[in-house]
Design a protein around this ligand. Structure first.
Ligand code: NDP
Length: 317
């Protein structure tokens, strides 16, 4: 049997590349001197895609050029970079990498929450700049007594909630529906959740359905002691409204791992004292990224061996 042809539009880890090289004919698009000519000659033979967000948008434009495509294996649990509905309509399978990163992202979320509320990066800079001898850093806000609203109580949201249980804070959540097996208070809109809480942790999927779920109204209802933590996708929070709310004191602070136009971070956010910024590192440990890469490989192998991927996305099950 000839080995299936897999296209990798943008580089993935050496381990993933090596594993795919062993099992498939792997084509590295970024190494092609003439990508147009390559797509014309090799595109019709491509049966699988291995992609991350670095590959850009995976949609009909690409599908049109890959008539033999059977599967898109996405590196990441979020797959808003892939038009899964368009893929489903064409009978193309899409897989993602759930399960192997939940605890890692939840750890990072708690780190970002504490860093934001207790001003840890700001205080660390204060010490490095030699300012401690000139006086103590101003007192910080606190996590004590807070009510935390989780926007998206899915696999990662629940891992966040488990950690927060140990912190002795109140927890509530919003999703499109109430979960029967969950005891936390449910709120049927983001505004209602924000009104009931003074911390909002966004951990919903990206895409059109959740675009600007956190808007000016939600921020206003979160209130002047309010803290927003976004580890979901930049598109989930209206960044212009967030900047205005942070500047005006409509909310207290923000901890952001994701941005609307990554890797660009609005200059003004970097000048605000009440913001902690991270470069989209929720899952970015050596161990977890390796597990995600292995799941990309395993999904492709499972598909071409037996037609049953391990972790298909709901749109293409
Ligand atoms: P899950 O699918 O397990 O959970 C998603 C949750 O979001 C569900 O509880 C769902 O509840 C809720 N939700 C979905 N759509 C909507 C909507 N339109 N309005 C309100 N709530 C909604 O996903 P995961 O927990 O595994 O991951 C969530 C997201 O986290 C990923 O899609 C990704 O974008 C992001 N992520 C970010 C990382 C980072 O590095 N910062 C790393 C990993 C993930 P319901 O169905 O009831 O609406």
């Amino acid at each position: 049997m000839p080995k299936p042809d897999i296209l990798m539009p943008a580089p993935m880890s050496p381990e993933v590349i090596s594993a795919l090289d062993d099992r498939f004919v792997l084509h590295r698009l970024w190494e092609q001197p003439d990508t147009g000519e390559f797509m014309n000659s090799v595109g019709p033979h491509i049966q699988g895609l291995a992609v991350s967000t670095l590959a850009g948008r995976i949609d009909d434009v690409l599908f049109d050029r890959l008539p033999a495509l059977e599967i898109v294996a996405n590196f990441g649990v979020g797959y808003d970079n892939v038009d899964a509905r368009a893929a489903a309509a064409l009978g193309i399978m899409v897989t993602n990498t759930p399960g192997v990163l939940d605890e890692e992202v939840a750890d990072l979320t708690l780190g970002l929450l504490l860093a934001t509320i207790r001003c840890i990066p700001q205080v660390e800079r204060y010490v490095r700049e030699g300012l401690w001898p000139s006086g103590a850093f101003p007192l910080s806000p606190t996590l004590r007594g807070r009510r935390i609203g989780i926007l998206g109580l899915g696999a990662i949201g629940k891992a966040v909630a488990r950690r927060l249980d140990g912190f002795g804070v109140e927890i509530a959540y919003h999703g499109r529906s109430r979960q029967a097996d969950v005891d936390y208070d449910y709120h049927d809109t983001p505004v209602a959740l924000a009104t009931a809480c003074d911390v909002l942790i966004a951990i919903v999927p990206g895409g059109a359905a959740t675009r600007h779920l956190v808007d000016a109204d939600v921020l206003t209802d979160l209130g002047p002691d309010g803290v927003i933590i976004n580890v979901a996708r930049g598109s989930v929070v209206d960044e212009a409204a967030l900047i205005a709310a942070l500047r005006s004191g409509t909310i207290l602070a923000a901890g952001l791992d994701v941005f609307e136009d990554e890797p660009q971070v609005p200059e003004v956010l970097l000048t605000l004292p009440n913001v902690v910024v991270l470069p989209h590192i929720g899952s970015a440990s050596i161990k977890t990224r390796a597990a995600m890469g292995q799941l990309v490989v395993d999904n492709l192998v499972a598909w071409f061996d037996g037609g049953k991927p391990i972790t298909p996305v709901p749109e293409t099950i």
